[in-house]
Design a protein around this ligand. Structure first.
Ligand code: HEM
Ligand code: HEM
Length: 187
């Protein structure tokens, strides 16, 4: 079997594009209380994120046979934590913008993306539903932030505890650069 040590470039590009967009929209979300004028921007970026996450999941399915094996041994606690965190990250990446969308509908508005197009209205106006969907949207956003922290700590743990640098696995480096890095390491 061919040993694959790096994620395909499509996975790496979508990983970093979404990491920037998600962390950016988390920050904008937390600024909304003091800057309501950011709400339209927050919703628009969130809708783009929803589209990108759908592309990411479809692409993950497309390249599923070309993924590098985990650096954690199957069945170990580290392996189970890694898989659980990755699954939860995917679920939250999808659930958060969906909740934002229906919360907006329940508040009596359409979810518009930079005024260019609007998503269909899924639920009728309801004060109570709007309140609870808002709470859930906020709670899941906190969950995402906590899991991203755990995810980064996991990558750091590989470096500190196992002297294993797993970052290049997900960096969108062209193959030539990767080989040069490997050659210079051998000296
Ligand atoms: C919103 C932010 C982020 C999200 C949602 C996220 C999500 C994910 C997911 C779901 C995977 C698994 C890929 C797969 O197998 O399908 C992954 C892999 C990875 N991520 Fe992130 N990530 C984020 C930010 C970061 C940051 C800031 C780092 C920096 C340390 C990082 C480092 C990595 C690494 C090194 C891998 C590959 C793990 C391996 O060796 O298999 N991620 N990320
Ligand atoms: C993945 C993308 C998204 C992230 C990470 C995110 C994150 C957040 C955060 C952190 C807050 C502040 C919560 C609080 O402090 O209580 C917030 C509020 C809000 N978000 Fe999002 N959001 C996203 C997508 C969306 C989308 C797509 C929409 C609508 C189309 C949306 C609509 C809203 C609304 C209306 C609020 C105010 C909630 C309230 O007043 O209860 N969000 N979001």
């Amino acid at each position: 079997m061919k040993h694959v040590s790096r994620y395909p470039i499509s996975i790496s590009l979508l990983h970093w594009l979404l990491a920037v967009a998600l962390i950016g929209n988390l920050i904008i979300g937390w600024m909304l209380d003091d800057a309501e004028n950011l709400l339209a921007l927050h919703k628009s970026i969130g809708i783009i994120i929803l589209g990108l996450v759908s592309v990411r999941l479809a692409n993950r399915l497309r390249v599923r046979r070309r993924l590098p094996p985990s650096t954690n041994r199957a069945g170990t606690p580290a392996y189970l934590v890694e898989k659980t965190v990755h699954h939860c990250l995917y679920v939250l990446m999808l659930a958060i913008p969906l909740l934002g969308w229906v919360k907006t509908n329940a508040a009596g508005h359409v979810a518009s993306c930079f005024g260019l197009f609007s998503l269909p209205t899924l639920v009728p106006k309801s004060r109570e539903l709007s309140h609870w969907l808002g709470e859930l949207h906020s709670l899941t956003a906190y969950g995402l932030a906590a899991l991203v922290g755990l995810h980064v700590l996991g990558a750091l743990a590989h470096q500190v505890l196992k002297s294993e640098n797993i970052l290049p696995r997900i960096l969108p480096l062209p193959r030539r650069v990767e080989q040069e890095v490997a050659t210079s390491k051998r000296g």
